[in-house]
Write a protein that binds this ligand. Sequence first.
Ligand code: DLL
Length: 439
Amino acid sequence: METQKRYRDEKHECMSREEMKALQSEKLVKQVRHVWDNVPYYRRKMEVRGLKPTDIQSIDDLHKLPFLSKADLRDAYPYGLLGKPLDECVRIQSTSGTTGKRVVAFYTQNDVDMWEECVARAIVAAGGTDKDVCQVAYGYGLFTGGAGLHGGSHKVGCLTLPMSSGNTERQIQFMQDLGATILCCTPSYAAYIGETIKEMGISPDTLSLKAGIFGAEPWTEEMRREIEKSLGIKAFDIYGLTELSGPGVAFECEEQTGMHINEDHFIAEIINPDTGEVLPDGTKGELVFTSLDKEAFPLLRYRTRDICVLTRGKCSCGRTLVKMAKPMGRSDDMLIIRGVNVFPSQIESVLVKMAKTMPNYQIVVDRVNNTDTFDILVEVDDSMFSDTVKTYEDIQKTIANELKSVLGIRAKIRLVEPKSIPRSEGKAVRVIDKRKLHG
Ligand code: DLL
């Protein structure tokens, strides 16, 4: 109970709007000064705009500050955005990006403590206490998933199982033998664990699991319901990114109508990605964060490229922290196929409707004779056969027609054997764009 109280931080999670604005303003003024004094890269950006730290007096002045983008992080790689001397840093973590230079983020001990406290809040919001056994099946190493949930679990006082990802049968054995009550991993790995449990003939009722804390990639409500059913748990979403610390920037409470952002540490804005204009709450746009407490890697107005909506309102859990909707893709996830903009999430929503369950699929794009090819591999599922759809050809045609009406272009649907698309132990790879490989 003690730890639960400690990491349900009533003061910061439930403060009034005015109090939060005052706290954020006070921290912002200090953070801008810290960055100006210690990060020449950003200071130059401010100077170009004719800005001085004294121009930022409160969060009402936030919009004056220049944005930081992924390109800036690459330019400044590896040390150009450091806010503290390296000997005061105790950790680095890095993004899972496979193209270009990785993003490397630095942490002081205070940064690690703040990060782990954010994750602890998420675990407590999912019902976690020091009586829980928390199985961390996110990857350990440079990826922030393992380290973040591990640190948060310690802070709450859970018995922590540092499994890392992979070796699924061993995961299940430990889950059974040690009575894991909370599972932390990507939603695609949770789905895979659920599938494996079923294959092994284990009933979810015989497990002690009660909750799952899943994030690091977009996932749908359909996927949530399936995971909940296959593991016999309540599944909670958690959001974050390496550049800001890692998981725990935002987390779901029991109401599950969006993720509360830890606003006492991160200011969130939504902008129009084309013009940079700040948009009002309730409007869809790109999520931008300012980290208020980070010492070693203090990012001001960092453009995440995640497309999202912010909402404010009373939550039944009592928290007053702003909520972000599930980000259903990044602006850079968008594929341009034969000149048409295609988001993988659009394809997923059509397939989910068709299959009535979460299908396994992969999108393969290539360029042959200067024309884009667009294939979608879909694992056959019994639920795809209905009264009107009886054969493989029927299914292919129905999916292709439905997709054409949503996307405006035709894809070639290839039905493949169950279990022929590789399962993911980390973030799912849904798109193979061979054009990039050639180019
Ligand atoms: O994925 C941090 C993390 C680890 C979050 C474990 C949650 C759980 P990166 O590898 O830097 O960090 O990737 C960050 O992943 O900008 C989003 O596009 C995506 N993402 C993270 N959480 C979610 C989520 C970690 N709950 C990028 N829903 C972010 C949708 C998510 N997308």
